[in-house]
Design a protein around this ligand. Sequence first.
Ligand code: 13P
Ligand code: SF4
Length: 303
Amino acid sequence: WAVFAPYVIAINRLKAQRNAVILGHNYMTPEIYHGVADFVGDSLQLAIKASEIEADVIVQCGVHFMAETSKIMNPGKIVLMPDMAAGCSLAESITATGIAEMRAKYPGAPVVSYVNTTAEVKAASDVCCTSANALQVVNAMPGDTVIMTPDQYLARNVAALTHKRVVWWEGSCIVHELYTAADLRAYREHDPEVKIIAHPECTPEVVAEADFTGSTKGIIDWVHQHKPAKAMLVTECSMAANIADELPEVEFAKPCNMCPYMKMITLEKILYALHTMRGEVLVDPDISDRARVAVQRMIDISR
Ligand code: 13P
Ligand code: SF4
């Protein structure tokens, strides 16, 4: 913490001068999560919070689609990304053309797009979803068939729980697809006491091995509620790092996988963004208006 302290102090001072708020995803490193973020959460919480921000500036500590979502939900604010290159393998896997292809293939079926998508893709979709509400959103759609994009694993996991016919785009998360059911079985054999808690971007085989599956908020809440002696968080590494101090009775099992995009956000880059006010995320107003309808529909369904 001694290394981080000067950055934390400087960022918090600049934040007040710029009338800025820092929104941090649960995958941020502990010095960001605990040191400078004003609000932390999963994608759904961050989207809702962004719409409520009254400050002039939002610094988005997460990946690019999250900053776009904040801009869409609160277009009057300056939204800064500390590193514009912080992308997401899911958001990069599909364009609005892909959505049109799916609509042509399954005429009349509503399109539910994960928030891990660009503003253009959200604008071309009927509704968004996050890992916290995907099943609820799919069940709320009219008709028998629902198109889910771009995460094939989230879609397959929802398909196992809904009576609707779910068809999907073949995108995936480069972090969660690395976990295998065989690895988890081997881990449980080695340590039968361990509770395995997975994110729904993992394969259905991995989800089948898990004691609980949920969004990053869902995972944090579950660990707080159950306080298992040992927990393996089958998701990004910073999750365990961020809650370990609050839960000294829980031993967090390794290994975990790191998201290279989330890890592009550092204290140095946050300080630079606030100092220079560079890295503003802009969304075409027409695309933004249409994307907002899809995000707001999701929020209304999940209330
Ligand atoms: P959550 O919405 O569960 O926070 O997930 C976002 C994400 O990118 C997970 O990889
Ligand atoms: Fe995208 Fe996966 Fe990283 Fe989440 S963990 S931001 S889904 S690449």
